[in-house]
Design a protein around this ligand. Structure first.
Ligand code: PYC
Length: 320
């Protein structure tokens, strides 16, 4: 393990309709990390091997908040991209994160580091097209969605049987409609229990992504509360937190399944509510016959601050 942590590090925090993001904006970090060459995915893996304590220090207790996703930017290896970035939370790394991509774009815009318009972002999941509108809104195009299981039956340890689709658009999801619970804030404790039960059962049965990835985002779908919207979702994230936003990558994966099932046509809008009522607006276009979802959401800056890592602090690198 290498040290990597400076005494102070500047960050910008934001929330994407409720879901928090922390972007490291300080170049001192890049100078202290020796990540070598290679794609963003390769350098992210070196970060994980050598500097994982920096992740915990940035977003874990006592400096982070529940559900926070951190972002470190780096030069892209892909010459067609403007920027590279990788994502992490209290428990590990995410190959892609929609809400944090929105948070990153609004943060860079706020700092005057990008102009309104489109840029291509290299992430561990692939290239994401990102368009900042100059204010609070960002549109992104995830890696194209794929569904690997349709109507997979799952018998949970608590005796409840559900079915759902396993799908990806940069992260792996189980998308479930017949869970039998209301998707409303009052039901969050029960939604949490049900999603954990599904996640445990998928793990126990060895249901994974096609390269062995955990199906670590469980999505319980429901009816919208606002008649202008089309769907609603409770999303359990790998850190055990629920997504305060509708989950950008999940919305992208869902749009892929709606396209495949003939329930959404190219260009038609799909407005997805979060468990708290915040909305992402999605649609898709056909690119060489493939469904390419487009997701738009809004973000607000909540803090510009410097994290302190005092050498004498026993929890300098976060709580164990
Ligand atoms: O928006 O893709 C997303 C996301 C993943 C985990 C939390 N948010």
């Amino acid at each position: 393990m290498r040290e990597g942590l400076p005494a102070r590090l500047r960050v910008v925090d934001s929330h994407t309709i409720g879901e928090p993001t922390r972007v490291v904006i300080d170049d001192t970090l890049a100078g202290r990390l020796d990540l070598g060459d290679g794609s963003v995915a390769v350098r992210r893996d070196r970060f994980r091997e050598q500097y994982d304590h920096v992740r915990r220090a940035l977003v874990g207790d006592p400096r982070g908040v529940d559900a926070m996703v951190g972002v470190i930017t780096l030069p892209p290896a892909d010459p067609d991209c403007t920027l590279g970035a990788f994502y992490f939370n209290r428990v590990g790394y995410l190959d892609m994160c929609g809400h944090a991509t929105i948070g990153l774009a609004v943060t860079l815009g706020h700092l005057g580091r990008i102009r309104p318009g489109r840029f291509d972002l290299e992430t561990p999941a692939g290239v994401i097209g990102v368009t900042w509108d100059g204010g609070h809104d960002v549109t992104f195009e995830c890696v194209p969605p794929r569904r690997t299981h349709r109507n997979l039956p799952v018998a949970c340890g608590d005796g409840v049987r559900v079915t759902g689709d396993v799908a990806t658009s940069g992260l792996w999801f189980f998308l479930c409609r017949d869970h039998g619970l209301p998707v409303v804030p009052e039901a969050i404790p029960r939604l949490r229990e049900r999603t954990w039960a599904i996640r445990r059962e998928l793990e126990a049965r060895g249901v994974t992504g096609d390269r062995g990835e955990a199906i670590d985002h469980i999505v319980l779908l429901g009816q919208p509360q606002d008649a202008r919207n089309h769907g609603r979702a409770f999303v359990l994230c790998p850190d055990g937190a629920f997504d305060r936003s509708p989950c950008g990558t999940a919305t992208s994966a869902l749009v892929g399944t709606l396209h495949e099932d003939g329930l959404l046509t190219a260009g038609e809008r799909w407005r997805q509510e979060s468990i708290l009522g915040g909305v992402y607006e999605a649609s898709y276009r056909l690119a060489e016959g493939r469904c390419q979802p487009v997701v738009r959401g809004s973000c607000w800056i909540t803090a510009e601050s410097a994290l302190h890592f005092d050498p004498a602090d026993p929890y300098r690198a976060g709580l164990p």
